[in-house]
Ligand binder design. Structure first.
Ligand code: PLP
Length: 244
């Protein structure tokens, strides 16, 4: 075995162990709170990690990945398509970072789900791009829980109005809500608010059943509050600071 092969095998093993540990956390929490783990979707957040990790993850059964920068995703997916076209074809791509309106067409070209929808202009741009490219994109309305600027999201009282715009826009499918618990706040309280809005949306549009909440450090609280999609990065791939 060459050194490169040994490295690659070692990395795959590392990812396999970390992935299994996260799946174990999900299973245990679901058992504790009486939920079906089959109804929880794990989105593995691969930002700042290389295309080779995506190939390993697909070989371990991962089908949903999350990324947050348009340029980085494009390059990574192109590279993956070269080194492992079947892995690329197997992946559903979730855009979880803020989207600039002028990047809407690019994002629509690869994203299956956009989690970070937070303004009318972005909805209009995504809709136009989806129509032009004859694609259908699933959207989540991002909720901003603490009014912090720069992280995206709409205030809780604007969520339903923005959702209505998504429903009315061609090429887009409203699928639910997304949120990040504010730094330093009680994640339980934050996720309770998100769960309330998720329910409100589901009552109005039953297909909008997604609650995307919970990351490496707070996935248990998110699951307890009904999260259907977890976005987990560092607990599986390791610390991002070491890679830069
Ligand atoms: C990076 C990121 C995550 C994953 O965070 P970890 O703490 O690494 O699990 C989840 N959601 C969003 C919006 C992110 O930007």
């Amino acid at each position: 075995m060459s050194l490169a092969e040994a490295d690659s095998r070692g990395r795959r093993e590392q990812l396999a162990e970390a992935l299994a540990a996260v799946q174990q956390r999900i299973a245990l929490t679901c058992q504790q709170v009486g939920r079906d783990p089959e109804k929880v979707t794990l989105v593995v957040v691969t930002k700042r990690f290389p295309a080779s990790d995506l190939a390993h993850l697909v070989s371990l059964g991962v089908t949903e990945i999350g990324e947050n920068r348009d340029q980085e995703i494009r390059a990574k997916l192109d590279e993956l398509a070269e080194i492992d076209p079947r892995a690329r074809a197997a992946l559903r791509v979730h855009m979880i970072g803020q989207v600039q309106t002028n990047k809407a067409a690019s994002v629509v070209s690869y994203a299956d789900v956009v989690h970070s929808v937070d303004r009318e202009r972005l909805v209009a741009a995504l809709s136009r791009a989806a129509e032009q490219q004859r694609r259908e994109v699933e959207l989540l309305v991002q909720i901003n829980l603490d009014g912090a600027k720069g992280r995206g999201g709409v205030a809780p009282d604007q969520v339903m109005a923005l959702a209505q715009s998504v429903v009315a826009a061609p090429g887009l499918r409203l699928r639910g809500v997304m949120s990040v618990a504010p730094l330093g706040a009680d994640p339980g309280a934050a996720f309770a608010t998100v769960a309330h809005l998720a329910q409100q949306m589901r009552r109005e549009w039953p297909e909008a059943s997604v609650m995307s909440a919970g990351m490496s450090h707070d996935l248990e609280e998110a699951l307890a509050h009904g999260a259907t999609h977890l976005r987990v990065g560092s607990a599986i791939l390791g610390s991002r600071s070491q890679t830069r």
